[in-house]
Ligand binder design. Structure first.
Ligand code: G16
Length: 543
């Protein structure tokens, strides 16, 4: 076996987005494309010789091929050991857990998250550091800079490694250890939550449905929910991971998780429903005929955190991404703990968790997590909810409405306009930026614009500044409209419009969010000129 140095040319489009580099599979299949990016990662992180790495992915199309390339490149770049999930499988939170538990130098996670998979669909790659969390912006910028001037990469000439048998093999001087993808993660979950109480709940007639969407969490959910916790067989649906997610869009929201939504809103619905995404880090929570917004879910977990053993001593603080509703802020205020507002992207929470400033983090994009790992964690959120339900012995809807009665309700909705021509989407954002002065102080019915800005964040731990993180229209009554271009799409541009209105009066809390937010939606469409500029009358997805 010999190490080969291969000459290459840079690609200009390897800038990581919100969460790593995501492109269509044929882009990654171009000669040298993946190799260039992997070499840029290795060169920028400069791991000491003999360091250990974790590699795994969500099992989507091209996962196995990519892992073979990465293993051979890791061997040629001086790594001493790689831990890889059996079959190439590791959910994103499980990869974070394995990096932390085995104290490896970092890890490479292969996923395009909630985006569809298949030969013509999406693939992705990202680097997570020693803390188990997504690389910071400084690191992703360095990777991108190297990718623009790369001239060669190193790879071992060797046969493929078998990924399907647990145990050790060697690749040149490097050891490859195929690990069970579920066991470290399941053990961690059992250390956080009251599995005894959850088991009693599930065996006492409380019915659940978990939709794994034919994505990576199937084996994790089956092992933990049906295996360790004794949920009825069949509680986990779509539990076999498929390379193309069964042709579905593995995004746990009301549109794409429609099988589950139909069950939860149907006759004889189970008491609790949940779904997670392609790589297992997102979650959607449902009660019987009831949807819990991710923003409310974060607030509710925070308010009830001490019911779970891991958080019984209380929380250090909470962090939420800027477009996430301020429901969590109200809980933080009541608990007298800090609440941080960060740009969209889990990578912004890492420093706060490492510094011990926050325990819980969450995003409107169906992401919730804590400092148990450094990724958002879909199944963790489900277990946290089950722990609370086991302790409070009330239906999901009652717990949420009681929460609103105590803290007020932040009505919330997000409109996604997917696959827009990039120029038109940029045009909307630029038009809004140009309108700041004209909009400030302007009234639209009962709403008056207090300020408008383009969100900028200074990391309180390392002082780094991230600008241009979303257009905010902040109204005098605390309502908000936010416009932001997604950083995870692979086709054209996705424009997200986030709408939020606060309602203290409990007699209005039963209203449908679309009704409560109708006035703000009209303002958003009017001031952005979205319809005229993009030709789109309706959003692709409303959550
Ligand atoms: C990623 C990030 C999240 C972010 C989400 C949406 O999630 O990790 O922090 O909220 O993308 O980002 P955007 O609005 O830019 O599309 P995931 O689940 O795709 O890895």
């Amino acid at each position: 076996m010999s190490i080969r140095t291969v000459s290459t040319q840079p690609f200009s489009d390897q800038k990581p987005g919100t969460s790593g580099l995501r492109k269509k599979v044929p882009v990654f299949q171009q000669p040298h494309y993946l190799e260039n990016f992997v070499q840029s990662i290795f060169d920028s992180i400069a791991a000491p010789k003999g360091a250990a790495l974790v590699v795994g992915g969500d099992g989507r199309y091209y996962n196995r091929e990519a892992i073979q390339i990465i293993l051979k490149m890791a061997a040629a770049n001086g790594f001493g050991k790689v831990l890889v999930g059996r079959g190439g499988i590791l959910s994103t939170p499980a990869a974070s857990c394995v990096i932390r538990k085995h104290k490896t130098f970092g890890g490479i996670i292969l996923s395009a998250s909630h985006n569809p998979g298949g030969p013509k669909e999406d693939f992705g790659i990202k680097y997570n550091g020693t803390n188990g969390g997504p690389a910071t912006e400084t690191v992703t910028e360095a990777i991108f800079a190297l990718s623009k001037k790369i001239s060669s990469y190193r790879i071992l000439d060797a046969a493929d490694v078998s990924l399907d048998t647990l145990g050790n093999t060697t690749l040149g001087d490097m050891q490859v250890q195929v690990i069970d993808p579920v066991s470290d993660y399941a053990e961690l979950m059992e250390s956080l939550f009251d599995f005894g109480a959850i088991r009693e709940l599930l065996q006492g007639g409380f019915r659940i449905k978990f939709d794994a969407m034919h994505a990576v969490n199937g084996p994790y959910a089956k092992h933990i929910l049906e295996g360790r916790l004794g949920a009825a067989a069949g509680s986990v649906m779509n539990g076999v991971p498929l390379e193309d997610f069964g042709g579905g869009h593995p995004d746990p929201n009301l549109t794409y998780a429609h099988d589950l939504v139909e069950i939860m809103y149907g006759d004889n619905a189970p008491d609790f429903g949940a779904a997670s995404d392609g790589d297992g880090d997102r979650n959607m929570i449902l009660g019987k005929h009831f949807f819990v917004t991710p923003s409310d879910s974060l607030a509710l977990l925070a308010a009830n955190a001490t019911l779970a053993p891991a958080y019984k001593k209380g929380l250090a603080g909470i962090a939420r991404s800027m477009p996430t509703s301020a429901a969590a802020d109200r809980v933080a205020q009541a608990l007298n703990i800090p609440c941080y507002e960060t740009p969209t992207g889990w990578k912004f929470f890492g420093n706060l968790m490492d510094a011990g400033r926050v325990t819980l983090c969450g995003e409107e994009s169906f992401g919730t997590g804590s400092d148990h790992v450094r990724e958002k964690d879909g199944l963790w959120a489900v277990l946290f909810w089950l722990n609370i339900l086991a302790a409070r012995k009330q239906p999901v809807e009652a717990i949420v409405t009681e929460h609103w009665a105590k803290y007020g309700r932040n009505f919330y909705s997000r409109y996604d306009y997917e696959g827009l021509p990039t120029e038109a989407a940029n045009g909307v954002v630029q038009h809004l930026r140009d309108s700041f002065a004209a909009l400030t102080g302007k009234s639209f019915g009962k709403y008056t614009v207090k300020t408008c800005d383009d969100f900028s964040y200074t990391d309180p731990v390392d002082g780094s500044v991230s600008q241009g993180q979303g257009i905010r229209l902040l109204f005098s009554d605390g309502s908000r409209i936010i416009f932001r271009l997604s950083g995870t799409g692979t086709e054209g541009a996705t424009l997200r419009v986030y709408l939020e209105a606060f309602e203290a009066d409990a007699s209005h809390h039963h209203l449908d969010a679309q009704v409560a937010l109708a006035g703000l939606i009209q303002i958003a469409l009017r001031v952005s000129e979205l319809q005229q500029r993009t030709g789109r009358d309706n959003p692709t997805v409303i959550t």
